[in-house]
Design a protein around this ligand. Structure first.
Ligand code: NAP
Length: 527
């Protein structure tokens, strides 16, 4: 693949695959496009797609010549008509003329829609310059067809004279992407260059993992949101967040499964650490609607481990082949590992380890010492009885604390207290609850979380009975509860520390390597 080798020689950092990053350029004027071409090169793109249909006006001969001459990268010209999702609404003859001119003037690629390919071939009448590769494309903005239909589509695209096959479909479910990966691998084995993208947030992994399966190129935008098709990441994200250049056929896939999930900082944390440790893995945002279907579809050993977040922690537990006993008691799994020896899914809960070890560290900083957990014998008040509440309650109990659960729905507090052998309170009773001093308080509800940062679960007056106050909420880092606890002299432990703590544990389970603790703290802004 000529272009990839060229840009490898131009040295865009270390590179383990030949898949190109293509910047789609959509602007009103030719000068703006030229400007964007230079920006694309500086950002790390390998090739630019010039969307002629977005130009308000252009003189075919002089402007196409200028665009080709001034482009510092290989070019792909697309003149997308309205009927295929583009902006051009003129006649086909004008469009074909412009594309033919692109070919004659030295474009590296042009894109022609499958629906127009037959007419375009007739128009060219065999006059195709050797240098220019023709991409024949098909776009489906509604769904991703069956494997059989995709196979037929590729055959039709090839029959239409494609040098490079391109199709983009829409992900209704994340499992749709698996069929597209299969086709990509199949084409690669027959040395048919293919661009196969699945649009939408549920299709994101098609855009990131294409080098693993041998895709010809992926699209990366210069700016977030300025996309030519739904779901495109930025070039910056491809290169720096997902380590796109380092992905190869052996790369292990990890990810955070959730709904919603795009806000998660986990990919930032793990991918940086993978890169610095030289670990051949990639960590993705996985927007999953149906967890059992996801596990059934992505069952190969390449899909090696997953973090699970709301709302999948309980279902994950039921779909693992084996579950750690503590996770079973908590009733929630937030980390799933595919065992390399037999491919079975093992689930565990690192939330409780993260929170409890952060609280223990806090108590030690406050003067606790000795080999026994500083939680042993302490009165530990947990606010909340959901997933995080259960994790904290079990964790504290395991360390020998006496546990009290306070929850808005008293019945849930009672239920949890009975299971772990603790005391239940209503939230209202918490204010006057101070049987002793030096207690620990852990908020595991979302009270105080952005945007409702003015809320707090307990009046400040009640906080003076606590030695340490922990908040699972981590946006903002210092919640009103933690700010007020600090004011009355309590030691505080933040939700960011819990998040980092659970991530240490997951990283070690995913990679078998010690977690780069300092790096995680730096990335989370928690030195
Ligand atoms: P969950 O299972 O849905 O449980 C939510 C709990 O909060 C329930 O006990 C619920 O009480 C209570 N609650 C919710 N809104 C309330 C309100 N307005 N007033 C009083 N009580 C309220 O959720 P989860 O998974 O445990 O997560 C809870 C919080 O922990 C979230 O903010 C999450 O971001 C945070 N978290 C942080 C980390 C970390 O690494 N820092 C990890 C996991 C979770 P009812 O029983 O009455 O509904």
């Amino acid at each position: 693949m000529e272009i990839a080798v060229e840009s490898m020689a131009s040295g865009v950092g270390m590179r383990k695959n030949e898949t190109l990053i293509c910047a789609p350029l959509m602007a009103d004027t030719v000068d703006q496009v030229v400007n964007l071409m230079h920006k694309s090169k500086a950002t790390g793109a390998d090739i630019v797609e010039i969307r002629l249909d977005h130009l308000k006006s252009f003189d075919p001969h002089s402007d196409i010549q200028k665009l080709i001459k001034e482009c510092p990268l290989p070019t792909l010209f697309t003149y997308r008509p309205i009927w295929e999702g583009g902006q051009y609404d003129g006649d086909e003859n004008t469009r074909f003329n412009a594309l033919q001119l692109c070919m004659k003037l030295g474009a590296d690629h042009i894109d022609i829609e499958l629906k127009a390919a037959h007419e375009f071939n007739k128009f060219l009448n065999g006059g195709k310059p050797e240098k220019c590769k023709v991409i024949v494309s098909s776009h489906n903005y509604d769904s991703t067809p069956s494997s059989e239909e995709l196979g037929n589509l590729v055959a039709r695209i090839q029959a239409a004279g494609a040098d490079i096959v391109k199709f983009a479909t829409t992900a209704v479910d994340i499992t749709d992407v698996a069929r597209v990966f299969q086709i990509t691998v199949h084409c690669q084995s027959f040395q048919v260059p293919i661009i196969a993208m699945v649009m939408g947030e549920r299709g994101l992994m098609s855009r990131i993992l294409c080098p693993k399966f041998g895709g010809y190129l992926t699209f990366g935008t210069l700016e977030a949101g300025k996309v030519s098709a739904p779901g495109q990441p930025t070039i910056e994200q491809l290169l720096n967040l997902y380590n796109f250049r380092l992905i190869d056929s052996d790369t292990k896939v990890f990810g955070i499964i959730g709904k919603p999930v795009s806000h998660s900082k986990s990919p930032k944390l793990y991918n940086r650490a993978f890169r610095e440790d030289g670990f051949n893995g990639v960590f993705l945002h996985l927007l999953v609607d149906d967890l059992p279907k996801f596990f059934d579809t992505y069952s190969s050993s390449d899909f090696s481990g997953f973090s699970c977040t709301i709302p999948h922690k309980e279902v994950a537990l039921s779909r693992c082949d084996e579950v750690d006993p503590v996770a079973k008691s908590i009733g929630a799994v937030n980390c799933v590992i595919r065992r390399p020896n037999d491919g079975k899914l093992f689930g565990c809960n690192t939330d409780y380890i993260g929170a409890i070890s952060a609280i223990e560290d806090g108590l030690r900083e406050n003067g606790a010492s000795g080999p026994v957990s500083p939680l042993a014998g302490k009165l530990f008040v947990v606010i909340g009885a959901g997933g995080a509440g259960k994790a904290l309650a079990y964790g504290a109990k395991e360390k020998g604390a006496r546990v009290v659960i306070a929850n808005r729905t008293y019945e849930r507090a009672k239920e949890l207290a009975e299971i772990i052998g603790g005391q239940a309170l209503s939230l209202a009773d918490l204010e006057s609850f101070h049987p002793e001093s030096g207690m620990i308080l852990a908020n595991t509800t979302s009270i105080g979380m952005q945007p409702k940062i003015e809320e707090t679960p307990v009046p400040q007056e009640a906080l003076k009975h606590y030695e340490l106050v922990f908040d699972a909420v981590y946006t903002p880092k210092i919640t009103r509860l933690l700010g007020e606890a600090q004011e009355v002299g309590a030691k505080i432990v933040t939700g960011v520390e819990m998040f980092i703590g659970q991530a240490y544990e997951q990283y070690e389970r995913f990679t078998g390597l010690p977690a780069p603790k300092q790096l995680f703290k730096e990335i989370m802004g928690d030195h």
